[in-house]
Design a protein around this ligand. Structure first.
Ligand SMILES: [Mg+2]
Length: 272
């Protein structure tokens, strides 16, 4: 039986210094990413150990909004030679098979972007007033797929988020705020469609999915078992969730460990 564990990475399994919380000592943390010689992302040592053990009984599928280049910085996540066969990066615009993008998948996404008129220039012209006001500090692009912004958290209000959400919703985008980053994501670039593709390829019978943000919600809802960290954007939005979706008891990096432990339990019970 093939069990697929599809998980978002940042703020679900791995945590920055800012998002990891204060309930755990430095000593109990493992570094999974280095950026310019500085540790940038962490898991608990215990969580990482169980995670690595899991790879013998489960197909792990990272499903991240990171681009391939940003994803490749996660040196500490896998044992050498144990990288997953598939990885979903750029929020589902790119599926990697043994480290190489599957061209027919990305071509299909590109065609859809053009058909939906959900291109980056279209987004940038509309956020200009927010940049002038100083609530959006900078806009960036993820390899021509989508735009994301760095916001001034003190100036960017809940109303700003709601106004922009409504404006872009009508045009076929989903907005997601993750710390200082604001994503304006075309609906045709989504994690759950890419997950469906990989589920079929692997002929997986059971899908477990985890994620913290609004960009993860469809994937988590569509899985057989879903996990959302308590600090997740989805929880803050007070959405009603079906019974197959569990919210963690912990927040921060400990929520990541909790998810890994629960996935490990599910696996154990399945194979028993
Ligand atoms: Mg996340």
């Amino acid at each position: 039986m093939t069990i697929l564990f599809a998980s978002d990475l940042d703020r679900t399994l791995i945590y920055s210094k800012k998002s990891r919380g204060h309930e755990i000592s430095e000593h109990d943390l493992a570094i999974v990413e280095w950026r310019e010689n500085n540790p940038a992302a962490f898991m608990t040592k215990e969580g990482l150990e169980i995670f690595k053990e899991l790879s013998s009984s489960i197909e792990f599928l990272p499903v991240t909004t990171r681009t391939n280049k940003q994803y490749e910085r996660l040196f500490g996540l896998y044992n050498p030679q144990e990288k997953p066969t598939y990885s979903i990066v750029s929020n589902g615009a790119v599926i990697l098979e043994n480290g190489r993008p599957i061209p027919e998948w990305s071509d299909k996404v590109k065609e859809q972007l053009e058909a939906d008129c959900t291109s980056i220039p279209h987004v940038l012209s509309q956020i200009e007033p927010y940049i002038q006001r100083g609530s959006i500090l900078n806009s960036l692009q993820a390899e021509n797929w989508f735009a994301y912004m760095i916001i001034d958290e003190g100036r960017f209000t809940v109303e700003d988020f709601e106004d922009l959400s409504q404006l872009f919703f009508k045009q076929g985008f989903t907005l997601s705020k993750q710390g200082r980053k604001l994503y304006v994501m075309p609906n045709c670039i989504n994690k759950s469609l890419a997950l469906e593709f990989v589920t079929d390829r692997l002929e997986a019978e059971i899908v477990i999915a985890a994620g913290d943000s609004l960009l993860d919600l469809d994937m988590v809802l569509g899985a057989d078992y879903g996990f959302i960290p308590q600090h997740g954007e989805v929880i803050l939005n007070n959405r009603a969730l079906p019974s197959h979706v569990q919210i963690t008891d912990h927040t921060g990096v400990l929520a990541g460990e909790e998810i890994i432990k629960k996935v490990s339990e599910i696996c154990y019970n399945m194979y028993e």
